[in-house]
Design a protein around this ligand. Sequence first.
Ligand code: FES
Length: 128
Amino acid sequence: MTMTTTTTMSGSGTGTWTTIGNVADIPRRGARCVTSPLGRIAVFRTMEDEIFATEDRCPHKGGPLSQGIVHGGAVTCPLHSQVIALDTGLVLGPDEGRVRTFPVRVDRATGAIELMVAPQTAFAEAAE
Ligand code: FES
């Protein structure tokens, strides 16, 4: 995914929206990764073209959620099948837990995907 950074004001205060790619870069029911000082972030696209971002680390044993199966508004971890809600990051089962989620928005005119990140956070494309 192509990465560019722009700084703007968010709707809920000062923050940095970082352009991390385009909706067209992610297949429906798929995901891509970006890396940051916060760790790997998985960016998901649902069948309905909703975009969500979570840390790319399953709370069970650290499985790569970006390689999981997206279904509805959830992803199933590829390692041991924990199901995680993409909007809240909550584990829906079979265990409990939560992954960090990140605010994301899409420019519907251009398809650009932006993540809200802390100031000075630099992003780089993850090797896949
Ligand atoms: S690491 Fe994800 S379910 Fe075990």
